[in-house]
Design a protein around this ligand. Sequence first.
Ligand code: PEP
Length: 246
Amino acid sequence: MRRPIIAGNWKMNMTASEAAAFLEQLKPLVKDANCDVAVCVPAIDIPACAEVLKESNIGLGAQNVHFAEKGAFTGEISVGMLKEFGVKYVIIGHSERRQYFGETDESVNKRLHAALNGGLIPIVCVGESLEERETGKTEEVLFRQLKEGLKGVEDVTKLIIAYEPIWAIGTGKTATAEQANETIGFIRKSLGELFCPHCAQEVRIQYGGSMNAGNCKELLSQPEIDGGLIGGASLKTPDFATIVNS
Ligand code: PEP
């Protein structure tokens, strides 16, 4: 049985003090969750969040990590820096990083290996643009992102995939539950071909893209969908708690 995971992606929102206050409110609301819960926070909020989340059931996550152990990489953060504060998860290859910061399948792959080698749980994002979906290229794009992004991974069960159609992120347009389920089924089949069918059955694959308190039940009840990566709705405690407890 795959244990679902609901993870918030706060993006560039909340100062450290706002983050700490938010998490103090969230903790009691999700303490009895039947799934894994995580918040992926801005890097500078990590120390404050780590303090608040001590001994809670909410795992701490980052939104990116560099592939090098250390060195001349201005503005970047290493696995060791994250681990020192008890960070457990890291988002890799979010479409905003691909779109605005030149992230490629190749750099995703390097960051992924660094995260896995350092014992972090990567949440690797894949997803097609609206144009790619409309021109029938969704499967081709996803297969390439998985093949190149996950190249050389020895144990694919150690990572989480987030299927995030770019056209559904922050737009209020959600993939229908059937669309999301079918596409995640395709991702699982591809992982079976690229790795092994048995391992593919164990990989947790989330859906992300305008999931909210109103549509989460239907999406999360789909057999292929193992949780969600939540942007906007993770910034409101009642909404995020509703998704976690749904
Ligand atoms: C995301 O950025 O990962 C995301 C899913 O955002 P939203 O929920 O706001 O669409």
